[in-house]
Design a protein around this ligand. Sequence first.
Ligand SMILES: [Zn+2]
Length: 118
Amino acid sequence: MLRFVNFNSVLLEKHCSNCKSTKVYRLRQAPYCGSCNNNTTIITTPKLEACIATKDKKILDVQVIGAAVDLVLALDRAFNQIYIESVSEARDTLATTSRFGRFKINASGHVVAYETEP
Ligand SMILES: [Zn+2]
């Protein structure tokens, strides 16, 4: 079972679409990357902390990042959109969400795949 933790510190990470640097900001209204020294497109990625309780009662700390967030949540809207509209709604959603099923976790502790058990 997966549930989300520390949802009060949910963050949306902004990074450059070219070089993935997080040194992005708005310069005269235009999105700009301090690593590329150029205008760029800023990608916003949710980064959530969660823990998974395994069948043998171990607790794993994991992160759910980017596309995996919507894969695991499977809401009717993208999580980013909910967060941008209402941070408190996004937190409530995480606080009340748990997921059962099979999770695939990579070496960095990121959830990379999820399927519900039949
Ligand atoms: Zn860049």
